[in-house]
Design a protein around this ligand. Sequence first.
Ligand code: V47
Ligand code: SF4
Length: 389
Amino acid sequence: MAAAPQVPFDRIHDPVLRRIGERVAASQRLSIADGLALFRTRDLAGLGALADAVNRAKNGDVVTFASNQHINPTNICVLRKTCVFCGYARLPKENGAYRYTLDQVLAEAAQAADGMTREFHIVGGLDMKAGLAYYAEMFRALKANFPHVHIKALTAVEIAHIARIEKMPWRDVLVALKEAGLDTMPGGGAETFSAAVRERISDKKLAGAEYIGVHRTAHIVGIRTNCTMLYGHVETPDDRLQHLQMLRDLQDETGGFLAYIPLAYHPDDNALGKELGRQGTATTGWDDLKQLAVGRLFLDNFQHVKSHWIMVTPQLSQVALHYGVNDLEGTVVREKIYHAVGAQTPQAMSLAEILRLIRGAGKTPSERDSFYRILRTEFDATPVPVGAS
Ligand code: V47
Ligand code: SF4
């Protein structure tokens, strides 16, 4: 059990926040009303100090990151027209639609042959032609070729889609995929659980309670998962807290969540952004920091809160390390960039950059595996490839 947080009351000026701080110092659970007060406060620095105290009690000053590689095997999705916030999906005959063959997946995964990638993060659209056999074969082949690489794949929404097209229960799909090599699941597809919000932004997508149901089933069969919340679109603070409460309740029940990752809504290149007239206006830094800090405080049974720097910028993610965040995730952090050969994609952060961000915030960088076990905290020596001894 984590030590009680050492709340720095001298840095909290809002009296409402100080009262909540007393509850936090006594390790008492926050209510939805407390959460609403946290979202209302103008004392952002005080909120950060409170969230940082809780994070320090759980994780000290360690900030983790992982070396992973994303693979998106298909962008064909039956919900293309109804997830109005998504700019990625295509209908089967639309320009730009693709579905990888197994060879194409393996060719993309071949970058992992350097032995530095520790995790494949595999997600895609709800493609009628990508069923259980497609993914089971893929995972088996990846494990055969890259036995040391962890497979974090398929959101709850994709699992439910596979179950539907195969006419199988969620549980059987999960067990079959686990046998094929699935290790953990990412948290995508949660969006915001509120039925009214879902109707507006992703009508037809798996309901919030079903998302929770798939994750519960995964935890029961021994697959740990992450969870997310898409924020900064049409949802209210109350919607956000109801969402967090559902995540907290499942974590009480199973303890199967590894990390919570808030995802800042980006309004460009999607129908919702156009409808709202929001092009070029992503979430504000103020809201991003609040969302992360409130998540840390409300989700008292979570060990890890991750900032997705690709969505909120590396700079804001660095500041977020003092707002309750203990883990940084980007699309790719690949060790080979450390040795800088060739071009870096704009979606990758080099090891040197990530170390600079974490150390610059006065924290201790640590590379972790997919279960958050610390692999190393020393980075001056030549990195050891996975599996080498
Ligand atoms: O489910 C889609 C979101 C998610 C937009 O579990 C958008 O380790 C912002 O879940 N603006 C996929 N967000 C990404 C995801 C994720 C990312 C990193 C790590 C993990 C993990 C999970 O991206 C989707 C959706 O919520 N998304 N469109 C948009 N316009
Ligand atoms: Fe996009 Fe996922 Fe919705 Fe498909 S289910 S449209 S990929 S967000």
